[in-house]
Design a protein around this ligand. Structure first.
Ligand SMILES: C[S@@+](CC[C@H](N)C(=O)[O-])C[C@H]1O[C@@H](n2cnc3c(N)ncnc32)[C@H](O)[C@@H]1O
Length: 206
């Protein structure tokens, strides 16, 4: 999506690197999630009819467009702090004729209200996720899900067996509310007792 906009994106990221973007608001530079991973993540989160999807830092709008067009979710909302990216996202939504179902806000998601969201997609940073954590806890209803590309929400417990799912070179962290913060983390296997178990077995065999 928008290969011709790459140089503009690079300029934004250079500006971010040089501290020219207001980092009090922006918690991550622009790096798009590969389209195949967008689909995989929406499938993992079982996106579908009845869902209201929020992408926090929506870039070119690919999560929102895919969720509405390919997974038939009811509605999608994207927050994007970088004005020209918000414009690109709006253009992409218009091209797909999905403006009635997708809203793009050119603003800081920290000032948004997430309470209607049933599925949140994020590709930010670990520190950015940590800033969002209290808002998620306060505003999201039971049953809401959050799926994060590459970065965990620290102190939260994933809904999957493993701490993250590996997709090619990417990690995906999937959380459900309220389990993410009420479920006890799985006990790590106690190495010393495990070693003792192996020694006992050795003696039993003698
Ligand atoms: C790594 S990109 C992810 C883009 C898109 N979600 C995707 O996965 O393709 C992170 C995006 O978050 C935006 N962003 C960072 N902090 C933000 C904030 N506080 N409010 C809104 N957008 C923000 C950045 O401008 C950037 O476009």
């Amino acid at each position: 999506m928008n290969g011709d906009k790459d140089s503009e994106f690079n300029d934004v990221n250079k500006a971010w690197d040089r501290g020219l973007v207001d980092r009090r608001e922006s918690v991550a530079p622009y790096v798009p999630t590969p389209q195949s991973l967008v689909n995989t993540m929406l499938e993992m989160a079982e996106a579908g009819p009845g869902d209201i999807v929020y992408d926090l830092g929506c870039g070119d709008g690919r999560f929102l467009i895919t969720a509405v067009r390919d997974y038939n979710v009811d509605k999608a909302v994207g927050y994007e702090i970088t004005p020209h990216l918000a414009g690109v996202a709006r253009d992409n939504v218009a091209k797909e004729e999905l403006s009635s179902k997708i809203k793009i806000e050119n603003s800081d998601f920290m000032e948004a209200d997430f309470s209607e969201a049933t599925l949140i997609t994020i590709y930010l940073t670990t520190s950015g996720n940590a800033r969002l954590r209290p808002k998620f806890k306060k505003e999201l209803k039971d049953g809401a899900r959050i799926i994060s590309h590459d970065f965990p929400i620290t102190d939260w417990v994933t809904a999957t067996e493993e701490e993250f799912s590996k997709v090619d070179t990417h990690k995906v962290y999937y959380y459900t509310i309220p389990d993410a913060y009420t479920r006890k983390p799985k006990q790590k296997q106690d190495e010393s007792s495990d070693r003792w178990g192996r020694i006992k077995k050795l003696f039993e065999r003698l």
